[in-house]
Design a protein around this ligand. Structure first.
Ligand SMILES: [Zn+2]
Ligand SMILES: [Zn+2]
Length: 234
């Protein structure tokens, strides 16, 4: 196809240009994708720290159990491939690199996701000014790709970010979380959804996911699930 010649697709692992056609990754690289393997946290889905393999929940969840029902994570963030991929998508505006990881993630979780009976996917919002600067929200790029396979629509207008986050180092974790929650708000009617899947690019401490979950639950959402394309160990 002409479009492939004009905008060649690259392999998300080795970055070689792929031959025109439908392939999203080159064959030898399929195995190199750093997917989260067992043991992972049964609550948030992130890979466990070494030595914690016998545990059910990660250190983050032990510290503060998330309010979302369950999290799904695709890749291990602290790997050369995944951290580079996340940075490329965030700063170099190359969302095409997300095609394969999102497809692989969505297909491997399809049955489980169906059991959630979610009505929509909600990307973690970025502030308007950041959206202007970058041109897109990477969480939304991921949500749109997952949407197609899971056959669940994406609603990127319902949850919004009112302010930019200002880090306040003197606060406790809980105070910081309360502050973070003020950053998000609902744009639309209460009780619009009963079950949603919140989508983000990277799960780190889980504070953003928690603040978004609080906001959604306050708006009447009964069950919030969470999907992240990558996560740091915890
Ligand atoms: Zn490759
Ligand atoms: Zn966890």
């Amino acid at each position: 196809m002409l479009i492939d010649l004009l905008f060649p697709k690259c392999c998300p692992v080795c970055l070689d240009v792929l031959p025109p056609g439908k392939k999203l990754i080159c064959a030898p690289c399929v195995k190199k994708m750093p997917r989260v393997q067992e043991p992972y946290c049964l609550k948030c889905g992130r890979p466990m720290e070494t030595g914690d393999e016998w545990k059910e929940y990660c250190r983050n969840c032990e510290k503060r159990f998330p309010s979302f029902e369950k999290g799904l994570v695709y890749g291990v963030y602290h790997t050369e491939i995944m951290s580079r991929l996340m940075a490329q998508v965030k700063y170099h505006e190359d969302p095409q690199l997300l095609d394969y990881p999102c497809l692989d993630f969505a297909e491997s979780t399809r049955e489980l996701v169906q059991s959630f009976e979610a009505e929509c996917l909600i990307p973690v919002p970025v502030h308007k000014s950041r959206l202007k600067e970058r041109g897109y929200n990477q969480a939304e790029e991921i949500a749109r790709r997952l949407s197609k396979i899971w056959e669940i629509p994406t609603d990127s207008r319902y949850l919004i970010r009112k302010e930019k986050t200002a880090p306040q180092k003197t606060l406790t974790d809980y105070e910081r979380l309360l502050n973070l929650q003020k950053v998000f708000s609902i744009n639309g009617p209460m009780k619009k959804y009963r079950r949603v899947i919140l989508v983000d690019d990277i799960l780190t401490t889980g504070a953003t996911a928690e603040a978004c979950t609080w906001t959604l639950k306050k708006a009447g959402v009964e069950e919030v699930y969470f999907a992240a394309l990558s996560a740091v160990r915890g």
